[in-house]
Design a protein around this ligand. Structure first.
Ligand code: URP
Ligand code: ZN
Ligand code: ZN
Ligand code: ZN
Length: 514
């Protein structure tokens, strides 16, 4: 808990913050997925009530001057694993430290994954996650549900979750002991399509990985370097391709989680070119660092970089994946935050297959994507908003309540200073974990204020979160963005005043084209 000791969180009771129910943010540059414009934003009771200039607002309203800064829709991290029992241990960031850290970095909503234990039904697992998260979350959250087995019972529970519990996404694994085979994937995708849900897939060829791992261990390769060697990127690309082909058979929209390599991204691009409803998410880790780190001589460092699919040794991978985000080959960034301390990573000290898989990122995702994307000149501020917030809101049917700054939307807003610099470190982060894969990285892009449901949770470097202040948010099925894209125009919030031309498209290096 290094971060907590050096950076104590002041918790202000909710009742002392009630005067904050009215807030005016003045002089900021509002960024949307396709526009940047100067408008003031007036918030009441957690909702954006007015936008424009010279707004008429009640006396006594708190005013924040955002001059020189951007106003971004709060980040939505579509991929976290808080309080997750996995590989014989439990991730150390729970729904309190996880969402607190999210807010510290400018993320105002997360979507976590329900993972049923052996023999547990999807429904019981869902209730258990609600119990773990409600009362702890400092910001709003939704839940995806994993399908570690396939059966008629699972199929029934999927329907109940969609119809009664606000779930619209299910994750299937093509690797690990709990992977589904191709026939089971087919059936699960078919059920997703029928329900109006989104199929998510962890795409790696599990049986081939198992054989590779056996061979490497027999050769005496037991250290963390065996992790990537056993799961080379062609096994990721092959599985992405197979998942796209299977999803196509039953016309199911497919969301490929954690795309970690150029060759996997290429398969996503091909499926999209073919007209497939395929969406690709990459990770802050994949954009901010690369796989050579897993050969660090110290076990903590190399094991600290172990996640699946692995970080790739090719140092061009981060820029290639960022360019895929720029070109709309990939649509979103997540963190896949799944944190384990030194003693937990040491479960695999003698055998790389036993290193708990997972890294941090929920706190640093926004800064890392800004630094490697906007500051590096590969994506515009508008595309940054799309890949950190808006596209997640659209795909999971949270838009326009979330993912945009517009009248009627939730007041989840970040006052973002694109020029300020911070250095990432486990010494100062707010996460419970004792390690940070971005240690020492200097990032332009720092949140000056983070407003969560109208409440100022970060200002002047002080984090004031409220445990349990967040709510579970339903993700209704048949997201128009996925199932009825022609309806999106109706959903798009409008604003008064002349349109400002969208940010110029950026020239992209030919090298990064797929
Ligand atoms: O290594 C990873 N990615 N850990 C979390 C579980 C998963 O597959 O997303
Ligand atoms: Zn996964
Ligand atoms: Zn070390
Ligand atoms: Zn994950």
């Amino acid at each position: 808990m290094l971060g907590n000791m050096s950076n104590p969180v002041k918790k202000v009771p909710i009742h002392l913050q009630s005067s904050q129910n009215r807030l005016l943010i003045k002089n900021g540059k509002v960024v949307t997925e396709d526009d940047v414009f100067d408008e003031d934003v007036y918030i009441e009771d957690g909702i954006i009530k007015q936008m424009g200039r010279n707004l008429i607002i009640p006396g006594g309203t708190r005013v924040i001057d955002a001059r020189g800064n951007y106003l971004l829709p709060g980040g939505i991290d579509p991929h976290t694993h808080f309080d997750f029992e996995f590989m014989g241990t439990r991730s150390v960031d729970d729904f309190y430290t996880g969402t607190k850290s999210a807010i510290a970095g400018g993320t105002t909503m997360i979507i976590d994954f329900v993972f049923p234990k052996e023999g547990e039904s999807l429904l019981d697992a869902f209730y258990e996650y609600r119990r773990k998260a409600d009362g702890k979350v400092c910001c709003d959250y939704s839940l995806h549900v994993c399908l570690p087995t396939w059966s008629a019972h699972v199929q029934r529970d999927m329907e109940t979750l969609c119809k009664e519990h606000g779930v619209n996404s299910f994750k299937m694994f093509m690797a690990y002991d709990f992977m589904l085979d191709d026939g089971q994937l087919y059936s699960a995708f078919e059920q997703c399509q029928k329900l109006g849900a989104i199929a998510q897939v962890h795409a790696e060829n599990g049986p081939v990985i198992a054989k590779n791992a056996e061979r490497l261990l027999a050769q005496g390769i037991t250290g963390p370097e065996g992790h990537e060697l056993s799961r080379p990127e062609e096994l990721e690309a092959e599985a992405v391709n197979r998942a796209c082909v299977i999803a196509k058979q039953v016309d199911c929209p497919l969301y490929v989680v954690h795309v970690m390599s150029r060759s996997a991204a290429k398969k996503v691009a091909e499926a999209r070119d073919d007209g497939g409803r395929v969406y690709g998410e990459t990770l802050a880790a994949a954009l901010g660092t690369y796989g050579a780190r897993s050969e660090h001589e110290c076990f903590r460092h190399s094991a600290g970089h172990v996640l699946s699919p692995p970080l790739r040794p090719d140092p061009a991978t981060p820029d290639c994946l960022m360019t895929c985000l720029a070109l709309d080959v990939l649509q979103l960034t997540g963190s896949d935050n799944c944190t384990f301390n030194k003693s937990q990573k040491e479960l695999g000290i003698e055998n790389f297959t036993k290193i708990p898989n997972g890294v941090n990122g929920v706190e640093d995702r926004m800064s890392v994507v800004w630094e490697k994307g906007v500051h590096a000149g590969i994506i515009s501020p508008s595309r940054f908003v799309a890949v950190t917030s808006t596209n997640a809101a659209k795909i999971f049917n949270l838009y326009p309540k979330k993912g945009c700054i517009a009248v009627g939307s939730d007041a989840d807003i970040v006052v973002w200073n694109g020029n300020a610099v911070r250095t990432i470190s486990a010494q100062t982060h707010h996460q419970a974990v004792d390690f940070n894969i971005f240690e020492g990285m200097q990032c332009h892009g720092v949140p000056e204020y983070v407003i969560v449901s109208g409440r100022v949770c970060l200002e002047e470097g002080q984090l004031r979160v409220a445990e349990g202040h967040g709510h579970f948010v339903d993700t209704p099925v048949f997201a128009p963005y996925v199932y009825e894209p022609e309806k999106m125009a109706e959903l798009k919030p409008t604003r008064n005043g002349p349109a400002v031309p969208a940010v110029e498209p950026l020239e992209l290096e030919d090298d990064f084209r797929l």
